[in-house]
Design a protein around this ligand. Structure first.
Ligand SMILES: CC(C)(COP(=O)(O)OP(=O)(O)OC[C@H]1O[C@@H](n2cnc3c(N)ncnc32)[C@H](O)[C@@H]1OP(=O)(O)O)[C@@H](O)C(=O)NCCC(=O)NCCS
Length: 180
């Protein structure tokens, strides 16, 4: 992911989403099962989001970063099952391309297909915004995420040296891209 969210990413030209409309767009959620829903993130979701974020990442985003993502109009999504927040995703949408900045599933329920369905949902949203390329970064050590992106048709297009903080020093990012 674009972790940490960089100033460059925040400076991208954005197509804003209507953050006041929290209805599920059923035409966009064809990949979902009946007990699942995806809706726009709200500021009052952030306690639950941070609770997942801090368990899922060694270097989690702060609440301030999530607030900023919503403030600047990034595409911020909550995945719920029966009203319980279990995953979320954040994507910046620019002219022709989008950047997945965060995709995270509660560690308690990982490997049940939720990450894949949320990623597919993001791609559907990106298509609706006339985007033709999805970009993202991932830690070289994040084998689960790398397997997910490869299986969804993403291709490695580059590396960013020392992009992430690590427990010892820094860690490289792999840049993935997918034409949609
Ligand atoms: C990466 C992440 C989003 C995947 O979500 P998930 O719901 O656990 O994954 P899914 O069940 O949808 O799995 C989809 C595919 O990803 C790969 N995958 C997922 N977890 C894996 C694991 N632990 N080991 C190897 N491959 C894995 C597999 O290819 C899997 O397909 P399969 O189950 O048919 O083999 C999730 O592990 C997560 O939130 N991790 C912490 C946050 C993170 O690292 N986000 C990505 C930052 S770039």
């Amino acid at each position: 992911m674009g972790r940490p969210a960089t100033r460059d990413a925040f400076g991208e030209k954005q197509i804003s989403h209507n953050n006041t409309n929290n209805d599920i767009d059923l035409t966009m959620s064809a990949v979902l099962k009946t007990n699942e829903s995806i809706r726009l993130m709200r500021h009052d979701d952030l306690a639950a989001v941070i609770a997942i974020e801090t368990r899922a990442y060694v270097f989690p985003w702060s609440k301030g970063i999530f607030h900023d993502c919503m403030r600047v109009g990034y595409s911020c999504w909550i995945y719920e099952q029966q009203g319980i927040i279990q995953a979320y995703a954040i994507m910046s949408v620019g002219v022709g391309e989008c950047h997945v900045l965060n995709l995270c599933v509660d560690p308690e329920i990982q490997r049940q297909g939720i990450g894949r369905r949320l990623l597919q949902y993001l791609q559907t949203q990106a298509t609706a915004c006339n985007v033709d390329t999805v970009l993202l970064e991932v830690r070289t050590s994040n084998h689960a995420a790398i397997a997910l992106y490869k299986s969804e048709g993403f291709n490695e297009v580059g590396k960013r040296k020392d992009y992430y903080p690590a427990t010892q020093g820094r860690e490289d990012a792999i840049i993935f891209a997918k034409a949609i």
